[in-house]
Ligand binder design. Sequence first.
Ligand code: FAD
Ligand code: NAP
Length: 541
Amino acid sequence: MSEPASAAIKADYDAVVVGAGFAGLYMIHKLRSLGLSVLAFEAGSGVGGTWFWNRYPGARCDVYSLEYSYSFDEALQREWVWTERYPAQAEILRYIEHVADRFDLRRDIRFNTRVASAHYNEPANLWRVETEAGEAVTARFCIMASGALSAPRKPDFAGLDDFAGTWYHTGHWPHEPVDFTGQTVAVIGTGSSGIQVTPMVAQQAKRLFVFQRTPNFSIPAWNHPLPDHVQDAWKRDAAQLRAKAKATKSGALYEYGQRGAFEVSEEERQREFDARWARGGANFTHAFNDLFKDRAANDLAADYVRGKIREIVKDPAIAAKLTPTDHAIGTKRICVDTDYYATFNRENVTLVDARETPITRITQAGIETSGGHYAVDSIVFATGYDAVTGALTRIDIRGRGGVSLAEKWQDGPKTYLGLMVAGFPNLFTITGPGSPSILTNVVMAIEQHVEWVGDCLTYMARNAATTIEAEPKAEEDWVNHVREVAEATLHVQANSWYMGANIPGKPRVMLPYVGGLGVYTGICNDIAADGYRGFAMARAG
Ligand code: FAD
Ligand code: NAP
C-alpha cells in the first residue's frame, strides 16, 4: 500500500502526522510497521507533547505511572522502571524520549515546525499540508495527533504588554529552571495546573497571591516512591491488568464502586470516603456508581471534600472561599494535589477572590483588580486551554469543496466516533471530540485510536480502497448519541472546559464521549468488524 493506488499525482508520503506526543509517536511507529512512509511535524523542539511543554514546578500526572504508559510493547513495559506512584513531568518526558530513541522515531519528525494548513485536494485524493514557514508536502492520509490539551489559552488581559516583570503560562514553561526566590508572585487560575504549581511557588517566593475565580475540588495524591515489589507484581501480570484497564470506563484500574451512594448506610459511606481519601487520587470520584448521575449522591461526596477543606485550612473565611459550591464534584476535571489547601495556611500566601474583585488589567507593576492593585515581580498564568478542538481549529483544515473544519464545527464539533469527519476524507483525529479522550487515562485512549486507525488502513489496503470517509448520517447519529449520553450525566451542568465553557463564544457541547473507554472500544470494534459501517470507502479509478 505504500504506492498510492489511484493518484495521478504521487503523494510525497503515505501519511502526515501532526504532533509528536504520546499519540504522534505511536502513530509513526504503527504506520511504519504497516510499511507506510510517514512524516510528522512537531511545533516543539522535541518529542513529548504535554510533557515537553508543561515544565512548571509541580507538574506531574495523576494516573499511576505503571498505567500512564504505553502497553503496546511488552519489552518496553517490562524494562522501563518508574520511580514514583505519580511521576513528575521530567520523568514522563524521559520515558517518552526513551520510546522515541528505542523505536528510532525522530528521523521521521520535523521539529520546530508548526503546521498552518491542511487542504484536501479532491481530484488527486491527497492532503496538502503546509507549515507556517511555507513548506508543503502531500500525503494520502493526514493524521491529527495534535493533542486535546495543547492549545494554551493565551492570557488576554488588557495591559499584559506593559508588565515590567516576567510572565509564564504553565503550558509553555521555559526549559531553564525558574527561580522565584525573594519574589512576589501571582498565580492566576486554580484548575489542575494552578493547584499543582501553587504549593511549589509558595515554598520559594517571598510572597504569593493566588487569584481564584472558581474554587475546585482536589484530592490528595499522597505520592510516594514506587516499591520494587509493586512494580514487579504489575510487570508479571501486565497483559492481564492492561486488558482489564482498557475495558473500564476510565482506562485505569480505579476501584469502581458497584453500589449507589444511598444503597449503603451512612457509616459505610463514611468509611468508603475515608478509605478513598486515604488512598488518594481520582479514585475518590468512583466511590459509588451514581456520583456522576445523581446530584444528591454527588452532594454526599462533595460535602465530604468540603469538610476536609474546612479541616485543613485554619482560617474559616479562607476555607469558605476555597470551597466549591457551583458544580458537582468530578464534573470539572477532579484535581489531585500535594499540599494545595494547606498552602493557604502559610503566612506568605494570600488568596485573592477574582470573582468578587475581578482582574481588570495588568499594569506595569502588577495586577489591577476591582478591589485594588497587587504589585508583583512575576505572573504565572494557569488559565488553561482551548481544549479538545483548539489545536484542530487553529489549523486551517479544509475538506471537500474547500469547506473549513472550523466553520463546520461552528455550532460544536461533529465527528464519527471522534475519529473522522464527514467531508474530510482520509483525515483522522486521534482523541478527537466525541471520543473518550481526556475523560480517561489518555494513553489508553490514544493506543485504542492508533490501533483502530492502523487496522483500518490495513483493511483499506487489502480491499484496494484509497479513500475512507465518515458518512453524514453516521456522523449525525454519533453526535446525537454523544449528546444523549452526556445529558444523562451531571457533566452538562458544569461550566467546565469539557463543555467548552472556559472559552468565550465556544459552543456549549460536551466535547468528550462520556460512555466510557471500554464501551466505546466495543462500538469501534463492532463497526470495523461490520466492514467499517458508517464509513464510505472508495477505490481508485
Ligand atoms: P500532546 O501531548 O498534547 O501532543 C500534541 C503535540 O502536537 C504537541 O507537542 C504540540 O506541540 C503538537 N502540535 C499541535 N498543533 C500543532 C501544529 N499545528 N503543528 C505542529 N505541531 C502541533 N492525561 C492523563 O491521562 N493523565 C494525566 O495525569 C494527565 N496530566 C496532564 C497534565 C497536564 C499539565 C496536561 C496539560 C495534560 C495532562 N493530561 C493527562 C492529558 C495529556 O495531554 C495526555 O495524557 C497526553 O499527553 C496527550 O498526548 P497527545 O500526543 O495526544 O497530545
Ligand atoms: P483549567 O482547568 O481550565 O483551569 C484554568 C483556571 O484559570 C481556572 O481556575 C479558571 O477559572 C482560571 N481563569 C481563566 N481565566 C481567568 C481570568 N480571566 N481570571 C481569573 N481566573 C481565570 O486549566 P488547567 O489547570 O491548565 O487544566 C487543564 C486540564 O489539563 C486539566 O483539567 C487536566 O485535564 C489537565 N491537567 C492535569 C494535571 C494533572 O494533575 N494530571 C495537571 C494540570 C493539567 P474559572 O474556573 O473561573 O474559569
